[in-house]
Ligand binder design. Sequence first.
Ligand SMILES: NC(=O)c1ccc[n+]([C@@H]2O[C@H](COP(=O)([O-])OP(=O)(O)OC[C@H]3O[C@@H](n4cnc5c(N)ncnc54)[C@H](OP(=O)(O)O)[C@@H]3O)[C@@H](O)[C@H]2O)c1
Length: 284
Amino acid sequence: MNKIIVTGCKGQLGIAINKLYEGNREIELVNTDVEELDITDIGKVLAFVREVKPYAIINCAAHTNVNACEKDVDNAYRINAIGPRNLSIAAAETGAKLMQVSTDYVFAGNGDRPYTEFDATSPLGVYGGSKLAGENFVRDFAKNYFIVRTAWLYGEGKNFVKTMLRLSETHDKVRVVKDQMGTPTSADELAKAIAYLLPTDNYGIFHGTCEGDCSWADFTKEIFRLAGRKTVVEAITTQEYEKDNPASAPRPAYSVLDNYMLRLTTDFKFADWHDAIAAYLKND
Ligand SMILES: NC(=O)c1ccc[n+]([C@@H]2O[C@H](COP(=O)([O-])OP(=O)(O)OC[C@H]3O[C@@H](n4cnc5c(N)ncnc54)[C@H](OP(=O)(O)O)[C@@H]3O)[C@@H](O)[C@H]2O)c1
């Protein structure tokens, strides 16, 4: 049986990967989170990967709190950059494939058309900067790797959808930004793309988000509509939001990703974001 090491298995993507491979007789997942395998520790990573001898490593571990990363810079770089470096070195040594997950926040978001994998990166904050450093380490040290950039991820765990639903229980109105555009992506959809790519030799960088785009305000309206909530969404500008939340990290205004490499090299298609959020709320 082929073994796949999953790091950060307790996070949103880790849980979705586990759901997807459940009952699969050809794949054995070796699940780890920070207690079993702290990816920032090169010695532990090398020893663990040498012992397991996996066919692949799916790195679901990350420091994903965008605001906290601005203050917690060293930890952001340890987890989001040194972590994937360590996994890359171990993967290259043992012949394992590496699946690294990255983000739309590697882009500045000052354009007006979706980014392809061939566009130049230019992160605005520490989270995006540390994730880009992680991508670069993977490119430097891993041999057989996939880097899948995703965005606005929601699954089991803490996420924007859960926050908005919780707020709607106590608020008649929520203020949400209307001038940051992106694509909400369900962790289940991303897990399917990962499982599609992993057995192939179709290596490289991929954009992997649901289809379509919207603002955070539009997304919230759709969540409330589907969940039957009466809470009103007041669409505000980023400037207004930052006045109320001065500790907020800078975020790209337009970070819509075009899944160009998937389209050019595979027949894999993500669901439209409307369908994905509807499926998520139905199963929740
Ligand atoms: N969430 C988003 O909106 C979003 C958007 C774009 C891209 N992404 C990327 O998608 C991937 C999956 O994100 P996610 O939302 O599933 O993340 P998540 O829910 O925050 O899960 C990350 C997991 O990694 C664990 N972890 C933290 N430090 C670790 C370490 N040193 N060693 C091992 N595990 C560690 C976390 O544990 P603790 O909870 O104890 O820290 C958590 O269980 C990440 O690469 C992320 O950067 C996410």
